[in-house]
Design a binder for this molecule. Structure first.
Ligand SMILES: Nc1ncnc2c1ncn2[C@@H]1O[C@H](COP(=O)(O)OP(=O)(O)OP(=O)(O)O)[C@@H](O)[C@H]1O
Length: 447
């Protein structure tokens, strides 16, 4: 590091710190101020020469620099109430040769309204970018982007490697959020069609009355113009029919015809057009069951299900959880512009014992929120949503003896209540036990 700085004189460094549009303070290991920039002093209404050498707590109200020196843990974008207004402060320990020699603090936004303005600006910009991306393209997902090494995921990946290069239709079944769409992307990427379009139509998201136009296009009588539907847009490429179970029966017949003849014929168009598409379809309910209930055409079902990939819910492949956790954590830490953030052991335990009804998507959302909510470098259980903390009885290991399972249930119920409620008398009352019994159990389970 020093080698990078050697060309900068002290006066240049001072000039940078004085004009950096941030307020800076540096303290020694005893929390006495070594340096503070002029702008910060002006705001604090103190003379700089008087502030230097003083304990920081005497100069800056509500300062937490001493906590950073004591714990060695940085506070990033931490709200700091000072002179009647909230600011966002970074406080970072200064570690030299493994020893904490002081800390460095900076105020990023001078008040919360500045910060809110910036954050809403960033959000709307991101939304616009996102909308653009959804409209014009799709994200490229390759097989390597699919995390997980459970036997089930490995088997699915192996099957994809074998069938991807062909034109065989593939049906991908699994609960919502299990990753059906990224499996579909990876099939396209591995196929001969990877340089051609990958077009998606979500049958559940488009109102049934508009689905025909969406799929097969529309002829505008007034202008005489014909707009191409998704089916035609996917010509030479792949058409991903998401949630095909929501496709109305009339359209199922039309889709089957298009697949059999290799042509599309719109309601008002005068001629049939040749179209060459590979079909990938997904469903979060069993299509075979829908066929039995006569809600899905049997002939279309047989046409698309020659290869069926069953994506198991996350709770049935918990071996994948750690890899997914680490992957999303790393991704969101980078995205949030934060430094390294780790999960507290307790937080990891809670995540591991949850049953993930929303599958990988839920895990992803929970981790994203936790990274943004984390006040310092460690994600504590308080950053998790209530439903995750409460844990679901289904996630108990039911292989053991009943006696052991009940002990574990009792321990977790008491632990959960202790986390959400500090008054032991209230907890005892809620559980219908005496306070002394509650204390005995707390001692027994070491809570
Ligand atoms: N194995 C995985 N590795 C990495 N990311 C994953 C994995 N599985 C799912 N995801 C991510 O989880 C999110 C949900 O996945 P996806 O949209 O593919 O699920 P889905 O089964 O198609 O859900 P739905 O039926 O609700 O459309 C996506 O952001 C996806 O990138």
């Amino acid at each position: 590091m020093e080698t990078f700085l050697k060309n900068l004189s002290i006066s240049v460094l001072a000039e940078i710190l004085e004009n950096a549009f941030q307020w800076f303070v540096v303290v020694d290991e005893f929390s006495n101020i070594l340096y503070i920039n002029e702008e910060y002093c002006r705001f604090l209404e103190v003379e700089r020469k008087e502030a230097i050498g003083k304990p920081v707590a005497e100069v800056i109200e509500n300062t937490k620099m001493h906590e950073v020196i004591k714990s060695g843990i940085a506070h990033i974008a931490s709200p700091h109430y000072i002179k009647g207004t909230y600011m966002l402060a970074n406080r970072v320990p200064l570690v030299v040769e493994g020893k904490i020699v002081g800390a460095f603090g900076s105020v990023i936004f001078r008040d919360m309204s500045d910060w809110k303005k910036l954050s809403s600006h960033v959000r709307t910009t991101m939304e616009r970018i996102q909308l653009n991306m959804e409209d014009n393209s799709y994200k490229d997902y390759y097989l390597g982007d699919i995390k997980g090494t459970s036997a089930a995921v490995r088997k699915i990946k192996e099957t994809i490697e074998i069938i991807a290069p062909s034109d065989i239709p593939v049906l991908i079944e699994g609960e919502s959020g299990t990753g059906k769409e990224i499996f579909a992307h990876s099939i396209h990427q591995l196929s001969e069609r990877s340089n051609e379009p990958f077009v998606k139509v979500n049958c559940a998201a488009v109102p049934p009355e508009l689905l025909e136009e969406e799929l097969f296009g529309k002829y505008d009588l007034a202008t005489g113009k014909f707009s191409r539907g998704r089916y035609k847009q996917a010509d030479k490429g792949t058409l991903f029919i998401d949630e095909i179970s929501a496709l109305p029966l009339t359209l199922q017949a039309k889709l089957l015809r298009a697949l059999q003849d290799g042509t599309v014929f719109t309601a008002h168009a005068e001629k049939e057009e040749q179209v060459d598409v590979r079909i990938l379809a997904s469903s979060n309910v069993s299509l075979a069951n829908l066929v039995e209930e006569k809600k899905f055409r049997e002939d279309l079902f047989y046409r698309i299900q020659a290869v069926t990939l069953q994506i198991p819910p996350l709770r049935e492949r918990l071996e994948d959880l750690d890899e997914l956790l680490n992957y999303f954590l790393q991704k969101f830490v980078v995205q949030a512009g934060r430094r390294k953030i780790v999960l507290a052991t307790k937080t990891r335990e809670i995540l591991q014992s949850y049953h993930w009804p929303g599958n990988v998507r839920e895990l992803q959302n929970v981790l994203q929120a936790a990274v943004y909510l984390a006040e310092n470098d460690i994600i504590e259980p308080s950053a998790l949503p209530i439903q995750v903390k409460k844990r679901n009885a289904l996630s108990f290991n039911t292989n053991g003896k009943l006696e052991d399972i009940l002990i574990e249930v009792e321990r977790r119920v008491i632990q959960d209540l202790l986390e959400s409620q500090s008054n032991k008398a209230t907890i005892a009352k809620q559980l219908g036990i005496s306070r002394s019994t509650l204390y005995e159990k707390i001692k027994k389970y070491n809570l």
